[in-house]
Design a protein around this ligand. Structure first.
Ligand code: FAD
Length: 386
C-alpha cells in the first residue's frame, strides 16, 4: 500500500481497535468465544483479513513493516483478538505458494474475510516438523488423510485449514505437503480444547482425520513435497509477528505502569518517586527499546526479500523473554491490584504467556539460531560504521 494511503488507513485501524473492538474484551473474557458474526464485519470493513493478500487479488498488499503496527496495536488492546486475526493472516501467507488457479479461487474471499483460514501443524501424538505422523494418500483425484492435530486455532470457523502432512513418508522432509482441508470434508471432525490460560476467544481444537477426503486440487502449489519449505518460510515472517505481539503488550503495560506509578501515593508521595519503582520502569523501557530495535532490523531485511531464519527466531525468543520480564515488572509496580481483574495488567500478564510457546518453543528458536550460525551465517561487518 502506498505510504499516503497507509497513514490514513492506519489511523482508521487505530480508531476501530480502540473504539469499536474494545467493548469485546469483557465479553470474550467472560464467554470465552469471539462473537464472529459481529467481529468479522468490523475487521473486514478495513480489509484486515487481507493485510498480506496482494492488491491485485483484492487485498491490502501490506509490507511486513506496514502490517506489524496492526498487530502491535491489537496486542496493546486485546491479545485474544490478535490471536484470532493472526491465525488467519499468517495462514494466508502460505497462499503465496499456491498455483495461479488456487490464488484466483481463494485470495478474494480470504481478503474480504468471507473465507476464514487456519494453519494445522501441531500433533498430540508426535513432535512438530518431520516428526508429524498425519499422512495423506492419493487415490484418483482425492487425498485420504489420517492422523490427529491439536491446538489448531480457528478450527471452528475456518473454511480451509492449511494442513501440514506427509504425502510420501519415504522421502522424509521432502515428502511433506500442505493440503487445504475444507470445512466439512467427509472424515474430518474436530473437538474443542477448552480452558485456555489467556488469549481467549478463538477455538484451538483437536482435529480427527479418519480417511478425511481432500480434493487433489487442494494440494498447495500443485506439487507434493514442498510443504516443509513453504511452512518454514512462512514461519520466519510469522515469528516476527509474534515478536510484534510481545512488543505491543510490553508497550501497553509500560504505559499503564507509568500512569499507575504517578497516581498511587504511599507515605505521602507517588510511588513513581521511589528508586525501586523507577528501576522497574527503566528495566521495562530498556527491554522495549531493545525489542523495537531488533524488530526494525529484521523487518527491513525481510522487506528487502532476505531470508532471516536467525533474526526471526531471535526476535521471537527475545520478544517473549522481554514481555515476560516487562509484565513481571508491571505487576510489581501495580502491587496487589495488578493481581486482580480490576487492572488490565492481570490479563496482559496471562495473555503474553503464549508468546513463548506459539510458533515454536525456546528450544526450537535456539536450535534454529545456533544452527544458522554454525552453518556459517555471520552478522555483517560494521565496516567502520554502525
Ligand atoms: C493458544 C494456542 C494456539 C495455537 N495455535 C496453533 C495453530 O493454529 N496451529 C498449530 O499447528 N499449532 C498451534 N498451537 C500449538 C503450538 O504451536 C505448540 O503448542 C507449540 O509449537 C509447542 O509444541 P507442543 O505443544 O507440541 O510442545 P512439545 O513439542 O510437546 O514441547 C514440550 C516441551 O518439550 C520441548 N521439546 C520437545 N521436543 C524437543 C526436542 N526434540 N528437543 C528439545 N526439546 C524438545 C519443547 O521445547 C517444550 O519445552 C497453538 C497453541 C496454543 C496454546
Amino acid at each position: 500500500m502506498d505510504e499516503g494511503r497507509y497513514t490514513e488507513w492506519f489511523s482508521k485501524v487505530r480508531d476501530l481497535i480502540w473504539n469499536d473492538l474494545t467493548p469485546y474484551i469483557e465479553r470474550v473474557e467472560r464467554e470465552g468465544h469471539i462473537p464472529h458474526d459481529e467481529v468479522i464485519p468490523k475487521l473486514a470493513s478495513l480489509g484486515l483479513y487481507g493485510c498480506l493478500v496482494p492488491e491485485s487479488y483484492g487485498g491490502l498488499g501490506l509490507t511486513v513493516k506496514q502490517y506489524i503496527p496492526v498487530l502491535v496495536e491489537l496486542s496493546k488492546m486485546y491479545a485474544g483478538l490478535r490471536g484470532y486475526l493472526h491465525a488467519h493472516v499468517s495462514a494466508s501467507k502460505l497462499l503465496e505458494f499456491a498455483t495461479e488457479e488456487q490464488k484466483q479461487k481463494l485470495y478474494p474471499g480470504v481478503a474480504s474475510g468471507e473465507i476464514q483460514l487456519g494453519f494445522a501443524l501441531t500433533e498430540p501424538d508426535n513432535g512438530t516438523g518431520v516428526d508429524i505422523s498425519t499422512t495423506a494418500q492419493r487415490r484418483d483425484d482425492t487425498y485420504y488423510v489420517n492422523g490427529r492435530k491439536h491446538l489448531i486455532s480457528n478450527c471452528d470457523i475456518a473454511d480451509y485449514l492449511m494442513l501440514v502432512c506427509y504425502t510420501d513418508r519415504s522421502k522424509g522432509p521432502e515428502g511433506i505437503s500442505v493440503l487445504m482441508l475444507p470445512k466439512g470434508a467427509p472424515g474430518f471432525t474436530w473437538d474443542p480444547v477448552g480452558g485456555l490460560m489467556g488469549c481467549k476467544g478463538a477455538e484451538h481444537g483437536r482435529l480427527n482425520l479418519n480417511d478425511a477426503q481432500v480434493p487433489a486440487e487442494n494440494l498447495l502449489g500443485g506439487v507434493e513435497g514442498k510443504g516443509l519449505h513453504h511452512a518454514l518460510e512462512a514461519l520466519e515472517e510469522s515469528r516476527l509477528f509474534i515478536a510484534s505481539t510481545s512488543l505491543g503488550t510490553a508497550e501497553r503495560v509500560l504505559e499503564l505502569s507509568l500512569e499507575y506509578a504517578q497516581q498511587r501515593v504511599t507515605f505521602g508521595k507517588p510511588i513513581a518517586t521511589r528508586e525501586t519503582v523507577r528501576s522497574y520502569l527503566a528495566e521495562m523501557a530498556m527491554d522495549i527499546y531493545a525489542l523495537r530495535t531488533m524488530l526494525a532490523d529484521a523487518i527491513a531485511k525481510i522487506d528487502r526479500g532476505e531470508r532471516i531464519p536467525a533474526e526471526a527466531a531471535m526476535c521471537k525468543q527475545f520478544g517473549a523473554e522481554a514481555v515476560f520480564r516487562v509484565t513481571d515488572r508491571a505487576l510489581l509496580v501495580h502491587g496487589g491490584l495488578g493481581y486482580t481483574t480490576q487492572r488490565d495488567i492481570e490479563r496482559h500478564y496471562r495473555d503474553c504467556r503464549i508468546n513463548m510457546i506459539e510458533e515454536g518453543t525456546p528450544s526450537i528458536q535456539k536450535t534454529v539460531i545456533a544452527r544458522t550460525f554454525l552453518d556459517g551465517y555471520r552478522f555483517p561487518d560494521f565496516g567502520g560504521q554502525l
